[in-house]
Design a protein around this ligand. Structure first.
Ligand SMILES: Cc1ncc(COP(=O)(O)O)c(C=O)c1O
Length: 405
């Protein structure tokens, strides 16, 4: 049995096929390329029971990942993150069957490790020696560290305001790191210029086809961890939207393989954004096909500060097809939820993850999330990476001083 059933790439705008054995970036019409597998061959060759006993990482799904030769896999133990019930915050929200998929414990501290692991492994397989990318912090940290492990040179440009820890994570890997006094969109223009000058693989979000494949494994895991019965709703903090596109793709692939009950509808996907940067929400409300650039974007949930996403049309498509929703929440609300989730569940989620609880509260109150529904919150990183988003006032004792009662 082959390690991967990779077949080819295609452009979701024109359906033109592209060769997956060559380095590819965007399609001729400037759209992200999607990865296709030989699902017909895989259907008869692969069964859910084949997963039993495999390693607890995203590579357990290697048949549906693009790396052809296992020798090219760059692995830091990413994936197969915990999915557990959160009854106390669930009760607070009025959602009894509320679950947390926690990406905070993954290498590099955020789910960006998934996209980086698969993206860097495939880059290595294709012979890439040097890559470049803009980032809001977490992706740059993850890609730099995986690139270091693969022996690939990385150049990263991030906003000056990105969380300090991601700057350190990127720099310690030996990557060429530059800060920009601007947004990720400004960093993106600088990277595009450098790539145009030659010699660099463009690892910008969705300008290479493989990070979606890494992120889609969150969908495989949710399905497997629930015994191949999907939840009703999944909430996702949406910046570039890669994870949401990936999860939707994962469910379609599993359905094509016949691994999901045919009668069960796919989960309703919810794109959660911040009210200071909500281009997808605005487009979804207008039932538009694509979003518009969001000027002066700002939010403490740095990872979702993306004023215009290249794959916006794919995110919107996933929302329409899954009968989903797009919603924006205020920074003050998400910060309040972050504290509440730590107090009630002992989970220190990142601000992006905390935004999902603020959204779930609104959607439950509005009745869009119905009583008894199974809801999954996808916390995309650890709160430890964002020490500046909350403050504590702690009493200082002198040695020998008694604790107040
Ligand atoms: C913690 C965190 N959550 C969510 C996102 C948004 O991810 P996506 O681009 O898949 O929408 C990011 C992106 O930087 C992030 O770092």
């Amino acid at each position: 049995m082959p390690y991967s059933y990779l077949s080819h790439l295609h452009c979701p705008k024109t359906n033109v096929r592209y060769d997956a054995s060559q380095i590819q970036q965007l399609s001729e019409v400037g759209a992200p390329l999607l990865v296709d597998y030989d699902l017909d061959a895989l259907r008869s060759a692969w069964k859910p029971t084949d997963l039993l006993g495999r390693e607890a990482s995203l590579w357990r799904y290697h048949e549906l990942l693009p790396v052809l030769d296992p020798a090219n896999v760059v692995n830091l133990g990413e994936g197969f993150t915990p999915l557990f019930r959160t009854p106390r915050i669930g009760q607070d929200l009025g959602i009894d069957d509320l679950w947390l998929k926690d990406e905070g414990i993954i290498p590099t501290g955020s789910f960006k490790a998934r996209g980086a692991a698969v993206g860097v492994s495939k880059a290595k397989e294709l012979g890439v020696r040097a890559l470049a990318m803009p980032t809001n912090g977490n992706a740059g940290a993850a890609w730099s560290l995986y690139a270091a492990r693969a022996g690939i040179e990385a150049t990263v440009v991030m906003p000056q305001d990105a969380p300090q820890i991601t700057r350190l994570e990127t720099a310690i890997s030996g990557a060429h790191l530059y800060l920009v006094n601007g947004l990720i969109s400004d960093a993106g223009k600088q990277v595009a210029e450098a790539v145009a000058a030659g010699g660099l693989y463009d690892a910008s979000t969705l300008k290479e086809p493989y990070r979606i494949e890494g992120k889609k494994t969150m969908g495989f895991e949710i399905a497997e961890q629930f015994g191949w019965r999907l939840p009703d709703v999944i909430l996702y903090p949406t910046g570039g939207g890669v994870g949401l596109i990936g999860i939707h793709k994962a469910f379609q692939e599993l359905r094509a393989l016949g691994w999901l009950p045919a009668e069960q509808p796919l989960p309703r996907l919810v794109a959660v954004q911040a009210s200071g940067c909500a281009p997808i929400v605005k487009a979804w409300q207008a039932r538009a096909e694509a979003s518009e650039f969001w000027p002066d974007s700002r939010t403490v949930a740095f990872g979702i500060n993306v004023p215009k996403a290249l794959g916006d049309f794919l995110v919107l498509r996933a929302l329409y097809e899954s009968d989903g929703y797009a919603i924006a929440v205020d920074d003050a609300d998400l910060l309040a939820e972050q504290r509440k989730v730590a107090e009630l569940e002992g989970a220190f989620v990142c601000p992006e993850g905390a935004a999902l609880y603020a959204a779930a509260r609104q959607l439950r109150e509005a009745g869009w999330i119905r009583a008894g529904e199974r809801v999954v919150v996808l916390n995309t990183g650890t709160g430890i990476k964002y020490p500046d988003t909350f403050a504590v006032d702690v009493p200082l004792l002198q040695p020998g001083e008694r604790l107040p009662r």
